[in-house]
Design a protein around this ligand. Structure first.
Ligand SMILES: [Fe+2]
Length: 332
């Protein structure tokens, strides 16, 4: 490998595990696990620290105080193992970005978003009717908060056809919170109380993250939306959840039917394809912008996980009010 013209980036490592018997270290990537021996891992740590700090490959021999040939060999091994990827500076079309950079990582992202123990708890009988109700209330708030980020995204967008697509998406989505309100009502939660309740901080954080994305770059916004829509298209994944909550916790059918109606309606609008369509209107995306867009998508995955975590922690506690009342100067 010629260090002068190399531009390598370290892949994101989700977990590291050391085998105490031999010192080997297993690095978990989104789609694979790479095992390094203790010496290899020590080199990897030094390399990743420099590359993550923005140092070019050609600077590594001096920074690590090693001969160029040795550094080049180590980089080649890490690259071959999948720990390093080549970052191209050549801009690609939006459609190319969607097909080659977004679509391949989406399944691993969705797996991660749904790796929270909440899902296993709910489908294995260790959940509760109350947890389902709390989940509905927070979904109500998140969906209602579309009114805070969707028009903002359209307002910030400078690309006319994309702005039109965002406005259409908003027009179709703005009142979908009623599906969750109806489902909650079927569990004896007064719709007025739901409307006047306070969302969990993490529900607000997720909506505000969408606002941040909307202000940053329309592609950053659209990828987050695509990640979330991606969670609603795989009926084989979500149907067992709804069937199980009915069977295990006696959740009434009327508290599930509106959810199916919503999924069906969004399916009819083809919202899951919106990101692909938006990408088709982006003629050129440079490497730096592509990395930023992917980073926003990945952060959305983190938000979904943390949101699930917040919902589980709050609503698993029977002493907490459901829904959360707003602060009242007289009562509080
Ligand atoms: Fe919707």
């Amino acid at each position: 490998m010629n260090l002068d013209c190399l531009h390598l980036l370290p892949r994101r490592v989700y977990a590291t595990r050391t085998d105490e018997s031999n010192g080997d270290v297993a690095l978990t990537l989104s789609d694979a696990e790479v095992v390094l021996d203790a010496r290899g891992y020590a080199v990897w740590q030094k390399v990743v620290e420099r590359l993550a700090a923005g140092q070019p490959c050609r600077a590594l021999p001096a920074l690590l105080d090693r001969p160029a040939g040795e550094v080049s060999q180590a980089l080649a091994r890490f690259h071959e193992a999948g720990l390093l990827v080549e970052a191209s500076d050549v801009p690609v079309s939006g459609s190319h970005f969607h097909e080659h950079e977004f679509a391949p990582v989406l399944p691993a992202w969705l797996n991660k978003a749904f790796s929270h123990p909440f899902w296993d708890r709910m489908t294995s009988g260790r959940g509760s009717k109350r947890l389902y109700a709390g989940w509905l209330v927070e979904l109500y708030h998140y969906t209602r908060n579309a009114n805070r980020h969707m028009p903002l995204a359209a307002a910030h967008c400078r690309n006319k056809p994309v702005k039109t697509l965002l406005a259409k998406h908003y027009e179709e989505e703005w009142n979908h919170y009623h599906f969750f309100s109806r489902a909650a009502a079927a569990m004896d939660i007064d719709p007025v109380l739901v409307r006047e309740s306070e969302p969990l901080p993490m529900t607000m954080a997720m909506s505000d993250f969408m606002r941040q994305a909307a202000r940053t770059d329309v592609m950053c916004y659209a990828i987050c939306s695509a990640v979330l829509e991606g969670t609603t298209t795989d009926s084989a994944a979500f149907n067992p959840f709804y069937e199980k909550v009915r069977e295990l916790y006696g959740v009434p059918e009327a508290a599930v039917t509106p959810i199916y109606e919503h999924l069906e309606l969004d399916g009819k609008y083809q919202h899951a394809d919106l990101f692909k369509e938006i990408c088709s209107h982006e003629p050129a995306i440079g490497a730096r912008r592509a990395a930023m867009v992917l980073d926003f998508g990945h952060q959305m995955v983190e938000h979904i996980w943390l949101w699930t975590d917040a919902i589980e922690r709050y609503y698993a506690d029977d002493t907490q009010p459901l829904p959360r009342p707003r602060f009242d100067a007289a009562l509080d």
